[in-house]
Design a protein around this ligand. Structure first.
Ligand code: GLN
Ligand code: ZN
Length: 783
């Protein structure tokens, strides 16, 4: 066991975590082939072990120490919160048969909990703080039997040790684990998982003992929930839990040093509690938060005994950034404690692996970027600066400053025409006419029936569609051939909608690989990567675009697709765009100006697109904002500013149209209540939202909020292959009608259909139409 008195100090440079999916998405491929049954669990374990070994070697080569616990052991097969759940034996009872007497599950069982099986729904998935990563929500009740059910963490430490490394095991901390959990199905109403803390702590204590026995000098406990104000728990209860947890963990005999990482924001009132605790090292996210000042004497003297780990390298974003300023922040930390280390602000999970893996990006742009590997090197540089002084890293600091200056002055980063336009904006640019006038004009122009039916935009993306896109990219087919294939697809989709009887027609979005990347590829100011994959959840990765410069629209983007579609039908065709907030949320955004400024530029490009659609005869335009709720900041104090610019940018994009042009928006969730004022302020004529899974619960929020515009609560859960029956849809519509005036109600699925197959889609849409006709005639309206 490590003796506390001789425990080596915390490393001067470290990272909170590293991407685990692999440079070529090796883990994704290995996991998916295991799911498909083409490889065995042993083969998957072997691939994962290789990946971990490669990661350690790479991190050491980039400058992290091999044997000083600076390399975090942050691998996961699927998700780190699920890992914590299976480590402490928190298996929901529907999955209990997967576990042995010791409460442990094998790899297959682990994935079953993540993905569900038959009637057993998987753990719910939700957003990880203000990132685009999604974690699995543990289910905890009075029946949960906590015990150390998996020693995977210990084994991974031993695996590293056998390869000559002393690494730092990482696990989600007990307080965050319980705060991110929800009550199990068995739990009584109002049950709070945090009340089980006393039973959970001994498991973590045992884990610390096991790690100590294996020779781990340090362990990292991730406690990001402490920085969030979106946690539904009384704050003083949370702070008491922190104090109790770390007092108890501190008592473990011969334990490793405890490093509490608190990424995604500032610790605020949790800081005094941690300062008073026995933890030896504490990280501050100095990208989202700042160096704390005005500390009381007790907090100051507590902190002075700890290693303060300055998270100065942005783990969220891909910019090389201002290294000199980062070093300056570390210097400021020296006022708090004589022992300061450097780290990333968050895990590097949120950024791609390596800029050098992007041969197609312009060299100049690349010189401004830092992906995970470049950030590790930056950490190593700053650590050297802390050890050897500023002069020792002068060259690297100057090179980063030169890149920053080059970026600031580069053509395209500031475009005079774009700037002149945003500066000339006046309040009227953000407002449409009175809703009552619009409604009358739209009724006259569109002639839609009672309970108009539509879809959210995409139709199933078939293998043929994906193949055509890939062939175009490879030059196997010409632009003209591609256009022909897509037009044929659009015609099929339009004919199908006509035959089924939908009222507002979509073109199906076959030409779009992704609802954000498609626009990024067609706007100036964006670059797209080849290998810049980032884990979104499980084996799913996205490739965010890089928004590096002022945004403008060199040419119309969707107009030809929409006008072609309108030639195929008399019914109104709905033009389909992605909104400014969502484009920002799902891209890497520039860090050299407020997000609101960037959003306005994107909004103006979309406004031009909408004007062109309108001029070309498109009478309905939908601007999707599924990320509006997702980008809401973690701190309450930041909400007003966020809602101001986000809602403002949507309005700027959509307010240029005539009264008779109908603007729709779509939001991908049902927590309508949380952002109801924002949704109202979007001032869209029609809003579609998710509602099928929650059995229309949302209509009560809509009713009490007095929302008066058109609203389409989804009647078909597109996350499942299930076909809703006519009776089911009828009941949902009747529930909706019991709360919302009929003239406001639209009928649509929960979201786009692109991930669904054709058979289930067609069957579901037919049932939706049949139910709608039944409800219409019951209301005395001709079907
Ligand atoms: N229009 C998009 C689609 O139907 C909307 C997707 C989304 O909301 N995520 O696919
Ligand atoms: Zn959606």
């Amino acid at each position: 066991m490590t003796d506390i008195t001789t425990r080596p100090g915390f490393p001067t440079g470290t990272i909170i975590g590293y991407p685990r999916i692999g440079r070529r998405r090796e883990l994704k491929k290995a996991v998916e082939s295991f799911w498909a049954g083409t490889t065995t669990a042993e083969e998957l374990e072997a691939t994962a072990a290789d990946l971990r070994a490669t990661t350690r070697d790479r991190l050491a080569n980039l400058g992290l120490g091999r044997t000083d616990a600076s390399i975090p052991e942050s691998f996961s097969f699927y998700d780190q919160v699920l890992d914590a759940a299976v480590t402490v034996g928190a298996i929901p009872s529907r999955f209990a048969p997967l576990a042995d007497e010791a409460g442990s599950v094998d790899l297959a069982g682990y994935f079953t909990i993540a993905r569900g099986e038959g009637d057993n729904a998987p753990l719910e998935m939700t957003k990880w703080f203000d990132s685009n990563y999604h974690y699995l929500v543990p289910e905890i009740g009075p029946e949960t039997r906590f015990r150390l059910a998996s020693d995977r963490i210990v084994r991974e430490f031993e695996e590293a040790k056998a390869a000559g490394y002393i690494t730092r095991p990482v696990i989600v901390g007990p307080v965050t684990f319980l705060l991110l959990s929800k009550a199990s199905d068995e739990a009584p109403d109002g049950f709070r998982p945090l009340t089980r803390l006393g039973d959970l702590i001994p498991v973590y204590q045992e884990l610390l003992s096991r790690l100590a026995a294996a020779g781990a000098p340090w362990v990292q406990l991730d406690e990001p929930a402490l920085v969030s104000e979106s946690i539904d728990e009384d704050r003083s209860t949370v702070l008491d839990a922190v104090a109790a947890t770390y007092a108890a963990l501190g008592e473990v005999d011969g334990r490793p040093g405890i490093f509490v990482a608190a990424p995604y924001g500032s610790l605020d009132d949790a800081l005094p509690v941690l300062a008073a605790s026995p933890v030896e090292a504490l990280s501050f996210d100095l990208v989202r938060g700042s160096v704390p000042t005005g500390l009381d004497a007790a907090t100051a003297s507590g902190l002075a005994t700890k290693t303060i780990v300055g998270g100065v390298i942005d783990g969220h974003n891909i910019w090389r950034g201002d290294l000199e300023a980062a070093f300056g922040k570390l210097t400021e930390l020296l006022a708090l404690s004589p022992v300061v280390a450097v780290s990333t602000s968050t895990s590097l999970l949120h950024v791609p692996h390596d800029v050098d893996d992007e041969p197609a990006l312009a060299d100049q742009l690349k010189s401004w970027l830092a992906f995970a590997d470049q950030k590790v090197a930056q950490v190593a540089t700053l650590a050297r600066g802390l050890d050897d002084g500023h002069d020792a890293i002068q060259e690297e600091l100057s090179a980063a400053s030169a890149a920053l200056a080059d970026r600031a002055a580069a053509p395209g980063v500031r475009d005079a025409a774009v700037r002149a336009r945003t500066e000339a904006l006046v309040p009227a640019d953000f407002s449409r006419g009175e809703y009552a006038d619009r409604l009358a004009a739209q009724d006259a122009a569109l002639g839609l029936p009672f309970l108009p039916t539509t879809t959210i935009g995409s139709f199933p993306q078939t293998g043929d569609i994906r193949r055509a896109r890939a062939q175009l990219a490879k030059g196997v087919i010409t632009e003209a051939e591609y256009l022909g294939l897509m037009q044929a697809e659009i015609k099929r989709v339009v004919d199908l909608q006509e035959e089924i009887g939908l009222d507002v027609i979509v073109h199906g979005e076959p030409e779009r690989n992704d609802m954000v990347q498609y626009f990024a590829e067609n706007l100036d100011g964006f670059a797209v990567t080849q290998n810049g994959w980032v884990q979104s959840y499980g084996s799913r990765c996205t490739r965010p675009s890089i928004l590096w410069g002022d945004v403008s629209r060199p040419a119309p983007i969707t107009v030809d697709w929409s006008t072609y579609t309108q030639t195929l039908t008399e019914k109104p065709v709905k033009g389909m765009l992605t909104g400014p907030v969502t484009i920002l949320a799902w891209s890497f955004v520039r860090d050299d100006q407020p997000l609101g400024d960037t959003a306005r530029q994107v909004a103006l490009a979309l406004r031009d697109e909408i004007a062109d659609l309108e001029a070309a005869g498109i009478r309905v335009v939908q601007v999707d904002e599924p990320a509006l709720r997702e980008l809401l900041p973690l701190k309450q104090a930041d909400h007003a500013d966020y809602l101001d610019w986000s809602v403002g940018s949507f309005r700027l994009a959509t307010a240029g149209v005539r009264d008779e042009t109908q603007i729709h928006t779509h939001l991908c969730y049902s927590e309508f209540g949380v952002v109801i004022d924002a949704i109202r302020n979007l001032d869209a004529d029609v809003t579609s939202i998710e509602a099928a899974r929650s059995r229309m619960e949302v209509v009560h929020d809509i009713q009490t909020s007095g929302f008066e515009h058109g609203i389409g609560p989804g009647v078909y859960d597109i996350h499942s292959p299930r076909v809703p029956s006519v009776a089911e849809v009828t009941e949902l519509l009747e529930t909706a009608l019991s709360a919302i005036p009929g003239r406001q109600l639209w009928v649509n699925p929960d979201c786009g259909l692109k991930t669904r197959g054709y058979d289930e889609t067609v069957a579901s849409l037919r049932n939706i139409l049949e139910a709608t006709r039944a409800v219409r005639s019951k209301a005395g309206v001709p079907a």
